[in-house]
Design a protein around this ligand. Sequence first.
Ligand code: GDP
Ligand code: MN
Length: 384
Amino acid sequence: MNLLEYKGKELFESCGIPTPKSVVLTAHKQGEDVIARGGLNMPVVVKVQVQSGGRGKAGGVRFANTEAEAQEMAKVMLSSDLKGLPVYHVMVAERIEIQKEFYLSIALDRMQKCPVVIFSLDGGVEIEQVAKSTPDRVAKVFLDPSLGLREYHARYLADCAGLEPSLFSEFKEILEKLYRVFTDYGCMLAEINPMVVDANNCLVALDAKVVMDDAVYRHMGELESYRREMHAYEGALQREAQEFGFLYIPVESDGDIAVLSNGSGMLMSCIDMISKSGQKVKAAMDLGGGAKAEKVKEAIRILMDTGGLRGVFVYIFGGITRCDEIARGLKAGWQECGRETALIVHMEGTNKQQGVKLVHGISGDAALVEHPEEGVAELLKRKK
Ligand code: GDP
Ligand code: MN
């Protein structure tokens, strides 16, 4: 689960990480009085809440000098998209006078199998860019989870990054609190970018990015409301798929292949195989078990609604799912919205023969393959 900034900020506050005072406006609650009752000092910063970085550059972070101005900005933001994402919340926060912008994060490093702390005095911008152009400006330390975070880690980071000694104790405190957020809530990422030095030489977290591992069930009761609210942020296709009991997963926005399968393991293997061949998957759909033709047809329609697809790769292992049901659904779906797109089908298991016959009857650019590798090759062939 990817928390929006204002939820991440709540979490930071509850753990004692200093953040600017703020209120949240929604479509139902966007009045000037909300800002006034929040007791915010002017000027303020008005921030779109969407699950994407780079809001600043995209016009989603703006300054206002009065309550009325902030309210007007929020109103406009709530009625438009940012980077193609719907806006349901806008945060209005006291504007901090910034002296310097730093970057601080704790992430799970999959290769090292432990948390990694990343700290840089060049914050505010994308850290990947800093790491690329000036790697020596980024300090990094891996943590042994059984030892946790120690003072020498903080010292090492501060020294490497070149932090002013007068800011060290505050930095250390924030880092310790961030580590508590990271471990207590089963995070994959807890990031503050920027962490700023304000006019009083204090460190403040101006942004919050928190990604929690859904497989970790600590605090789940407490986080259930977050989950419900974050749900509204999922795309229309994800929600539609859910209504049919399917799982729709956006993969790479610049991909042009969709994968349809029954079972998440198989789905992942297909994505791996296609990616390995140098092609990109844009969306994947897991049908789960026992999908009937009528529903499969809907699955095809939802997948095709993704747009920009040149191929759909179908990989079915028939157990309780019957190959003929799948094939009938594919055929119906294809008649409705397949058209120019390539359809590559591999099926195995229950009622395979009937299924194969039906797939042969699909008009358009459809191919049935005996081996999945063959299917990937077929997709490549059609690209040329
Ligand atoms: P992001 O672009 O989505 O990462 O959104 P941020 O919350 O990080 O804001 C982007 C940038 O806006 C920051 O790096 C700051 O430079 C600026 N900004 C955000 N809040 C404030 C503020 O209170 N005061 C000032 N002066 N700048 C701010
Ligand atoms: Mn940021």
